[in-house]
Design a protein around this ligand. Structure first.
Ligand SMILES: Cc1cc2nc3c(=O)[nH]c(=O)nc-3n(C[C@H](O)[C@H](O)[C@H](O)COP(=O)(O)O)c2cc1C
Length: 172
């Protein structure tokens, strides 16, 4: 039996220090499967996910972002702008939202399997597009750096700070 959702979500924190132990292919497959199960607008499934696991790919990734946590695996989560749904009234497109739900599924499945991650938005999109030869229509949304947490990996100081429910919720 898996962990219940609130227990899983409350125990997760952004892991910014990884051990050298490689994530097994079976776990990588489960994490990708969790991304496949995510809801997307109109079920268009515009997500495109690049699995960076070779030493070369991980080294190339370092050129595209500012923080380096010794990750042994990273998922570059993108969407294809030619596939996502667009709202007709104001042309708002679903791609960022779809890809973010996909990435959230992956992050939580990883945690359930004992794999830590940090969501990275602070990357250079042009560098990512060029280094990994993304087609023009493929837009990178986030990099999920992953790996087994190092023994001394701890939550950041701000991890536990949550706003009051009253600041978050309006009941009408
Ligand atoms: C959209 C988004 C962008 C983020 N970008 C970065 C980033 O570029 N670098 C980083 O170290 N953490 C990044 N994070 C992680 C957040 O800082 C972290 O989730 C937040 O401080 C709460 O901490 P916790 O994940 O430990 O609960 C990002 C998280 C989200 C959701």
């Amino acid at each position: 039996m898996g962990t219940d959702f609130i227990t899983l979500a409350s125990s997760r924190f952004s892991v910014r220090r990884f051990s050298d132990k490689k994530v097994e292919q079976e776990k990588i497959d489960s994490i990708l499967h969790a991304g496949q199960l995510a809801p997307t607008a109109c079920n268009n499934q515009p997500q495109k996910i690049y699995v960076l696991q070779s030493e070369e790919a991980l080294k190339t990734l370092q050129k595209c972002k500012y923080s380096h946590f010794g990750e042994t695996l990273a998922f570059l989560v993108c969407y294809d702008s030619s596939l996502c749904w667009t709202r007709e009234f104001d042309s708002k497109a679903s791609g960022d939202i779809d890809a973010s739900i996909v990435a959230t599924h992956m992050m939580l499945e990883a945690w359930e399997l004992g794999i830590g991650s940090t969501w990275i938005m602070h990357f250079i999109p042009e560098a990512v597009k060029e280094e990994f030869n993304l087609p023009d229509s493929v837009i990178p949304v986030c990099i999920l750096v992953m790996g087994y947490p190092s023994q001394d990996a701890v939550p950041s100081a701000q991890h536990g700070t949550k706003k009051d429910m009253n600041d978050m919720v309006t009941v009408l």
